[in-house]
Design a protein. Sequence first.
Length: 165
Amino acid sequence: MRLLPIFVVLLASAASAADGPTATTTTLYKSIGPDGRTIYSDVPPPQARESKTLTFRNLPASPLSAETLAYIEQLRQSADSRASAPPPRDTVLFSAKWCGFCRQAKAYLAAKGIGYREVDIDTNEGKLAYAQLGGNNGVPQLFVNGRGLTGFTASAYDAFLQPRK
């Protein structure tokens, strides 16, 4: 009789592992501008010579629940969401209270003295904003001057936030 609960736990673990993490990729280009300044951008440099391309894949992120993802998808397809919002021009962090990576991202931003607006994706307003901006399947998701990055590692944030410094 004790084997049945263990089997159920193992089966549930295997099912959630089969879903796996969502593949996300962010590419940043480091180049030297005509004036000699270093430029970081998510678009290849048109006139500057490229010096380095930085690619971040599968940064650690907390996946959203199936219920939340379904609701966000409904919002994307609704009339409210069709008029999608332009990417924010300030620094915005989509997060959730239950997300460990979100806490790490907030601590990182606080330690660096970077101001940001936090949007809780567990609220209806947060889900709508997340849907309008085309949020991925996980949090944290950081937007800076219209560019987005899903997940958190200190090195990825260092490179992503470099243009702000």
